[in-house]
Design a protein around this ligand. Sequence first.
Ligand code: G3H
Ligand code: 13P
Ligand code: ZN
Length: 305
Amino acid sequence: MLTSTKSILNKAQKGNYAVGAFNTNNLEITQAIIEAAVELKSPVIIQTSEGAIKYAGLEYIYAINRIASLSPVPVAIHLDHGKDLDLIKKCIDIGYTSIMIDGSSLEYKENIKITKKVVALAHKKGVSVEAELGAIAGIEDFVSVSQKDAAFTDPDQAAEFVKKTGCDSLAIAIGTSHGINKFTKEPKLELERLKEINKKVKIPLVLHGASEVDKRMLNIAKKYGAKLKNAKGVNDALMKKVVKLGVNKVNTDTDLRLAFDAGVREIIKTKPDVFDPRKILGPAKEYMKQIIKERIIVLGSRNKA
Ligand code: G3H
Ligand code: 13P
Ligand code: ZN
């Protein structure tokens, strides 16, 4: 059932688990997300980036996700990395249950200003707001400690930011990064920083750039021709630690892209006689579903519907 993001995340915060927020761009991805959540009786957040909306069309992708939300588990529909105010307003009007305002590339004061503005717009319609403070960039992106300190979320500043803006959840920077090239060595995150942020910030925390970069999917995709590096992401053990330390929403896109890519490439290469789109996209959907189920179990939201 369509459920407010705020109630899904507040429940997760009380229960000390995280809910997966999975990026969708089309029917098959949304089906994989919802089928996985229903099979594991888990709440779930379906999110679309501005790029996804541009690709699919707001009305089309919203309609698909809205139908998905008629399932027997709590489903929230979220705008990921909103930057365009017009699009944010459209998402609020059409029925999204939450939107993200990503002011992380702005000066601190400008980030506060735009976030406050969006909070006022959204709250009027009962829509909750995720904001972001700090640059989501991997630990390996920085050569010096001072560079890293400047980029990652400062716990005191985070507390002040939440108080000043009234946002409902906060995306933090502790060393994850978007995309497939995350860590070349063993994955490492600033867990002490997370602990401090969680002590000072009382609203649910969000982890972006949290894909695992699943080895099996990477290997299948590469076996059938993908040119991808052997990157590492946030593995299960590390994910369990961040959830224990207070993260309640975990964003995943790259792992779904990888599973989709692996599935499509495998069929095209191994079954050259297949040209029915359903037979090409069906196995890709099953791979994505498998990855989503594994993540839901690690986040601890199984049977929390
Ligand atoms: O955080 C970014 C997501 O992976 C969405 O990526 O803007 O290419 O849809 P996108
Ligand atoms: P990944 O690239 O690690 O999947 O992160 C996705 C994300 O943060 C979407 O907002
Ligand atoms: Zn993100």
